[in-house]
Design a protein around this ligand. Structure first.
Ligand code: SAH
Length: 362
């Protein structure tokens, strides 16, 4: 994609932020102005936080993340659990182990469980449907979010019919060429997008998103990502910094920047006032107060780890991932302190997306 920058009188950054807040959109040139700078902009963050508060108040929605398998048939060049990484000790959780994580999580106030794993064909549709329907029948007031990668439309439909409410599948990058630099030939942006549209049509609350500062990413790529999100209008938008992993082909690339990640969170909040936007674990990994900063820049969701402590270190998408040592209860209390300290409050309910029709249109 070619980004056109009109040559005209210099645009004031403040004017651009005001326009973004008012119209929820910007031209490519205006986005470039906000993105291609290292300057910290408190005004952008303040506008994003004001919009977030106008839609979600002080509420922070929490999701209990259960990383149930680190087997993966894919070989994404950035990911630590890629099939080609022979240094990983692989594990799978049983239905009973997953249910016991949910039970513990329920007691700690979680009303959404996110089941995430590598693309692991061991979990057939039948098995996954049984896991989803068991969770839904044991915890009737809870939502189930799946993050299992690419599956057939029939599989997504079966899982939805079994009770799954939401699905996270980051598009990773909306530029074909960039996509092919991050993934092996067997994977394509076209297939990824098709999955996302299928999920949306079936009725899931869908999450898309991308890594900030992934290898070879340009500002033009990020603008394409934003344009794709505007087309898809997902309920959830996950963006976090790329973090390098020694056992991947990208071992010598550097991490994405905290500043750009935060600026993007704010821009995305201003464009999608209704969206559920997590302050990601990756953000908390590149800076000790990364998740608090994420909340202050427009994020309204956090996804602490509910996986059994014994397997947490094995789900190593990137290096030095935080929260791999603590028990779930410790994590939950630590999170409470962080969220309250940042001026927000944890909400104990499913935390569904707000109606886009009320908040999404200008
Ligand atoms: N198999 C599932 C889950 C993938 S892991 C799926 O395909 O959706 C969840 C997300 O972690 C990925 O979508 C990717 O954006 C992110 N991720 C993977 N490796 C990463 C890395 N090295 N740094 C930061 N984020 C990473």
């Amino acid at each position: 994609m070619v980004v056109k920058v009109e040559l005209q009188a210099p645009i004031e950054k403040k004017t651009v932020i005001d326009k973004l807040t008012r119209t929820r959109n910007l031209s490519d040139g205006e986005l470039l102005l906000l993105l291609a700078t290292d300057e910290y902009d408190s005004e952008l963050a303040q506008s994003a936080d004001a919009v977030r508060r106008s839609v979600y108040g002080k509420d922070v929605y929490i999701r209990g993340l259960i990383e149930f398998s680190n087997y993966c048939k894919n070989n994404c060049f950035y990911c630590g659990i890629r099939q080609g990484n022979e240094a990983v000790k692989r594990y799978r959780l049983s239905r009973e182990q997953i249910l016991s994580c949910c039970k513990e999580g329920y007691g700690l106030g979680f009303r959404t469980f996110v089941l995430q794993g590598g693309e692991d064909p061991y979990y057939t549709d039948g098995m996954m449907c049984e896991i989803v329907s068991s969770i839904k029948s044991m915890f009737g007031d809870c939502a189930v979010t799946l993050s299992l990668g690419e599956r057939s439309r029939g599989s997504y439909q079966a899982l939805y019919d079994a009770g799954a409410d939401r699905y996270l599948l980051r598009h990773e990058t909306a530029d074909d060429e960039h996509y092919s630099r991050l993934h092996p030939e067997s994977m394509s942006l076209k297939a990824r997008k098709e999955c996302l549209w299928n999920l949306k049509e079936i009725g899931y609350q869908v999450g898309a998103g991308f890594m900030v500062g992934s290898p070879y990413q340009t500002i033009a790529n990020i603008i394409s990502d934003i344009r794709f999100l505007q087309e898809l209008r997902p309920a959830m938008i996950g963006i976090g910094p790329y973090i390098t992993h020694r056992e991947t082909p990208f071992w010598n690339f550097s991490n994405g920047s905290l500043e750009l990640s935060l600026r993007l969170l704010s821009i995305i909040r201003l464009m999608f006032p209704y969206a559920l936007i997590p302050a990601t674990t990756a953000l908390g990994t590149i800076a000790p107060n990364g998740r608090e900063l994420g909340l202050a820049h427009g994020a309204n969701v956090v996804m602490p780890n509910l996986s059994p402590v014994g397997v947490r270190k094995l789900y190593e998408l990137y290096e030095d991932k935080i929260c791999t040592g603590e028990e779930a209860a410790e994590c939950r209390f630590c999170l409470d302190r962080r969220v309250t300290g940042a001026g927000y409050e944890i909400a104990v309910h499913r935390g569904d997306v707000k109606d886009e029709a009320m908040y999404g249109q200008v």
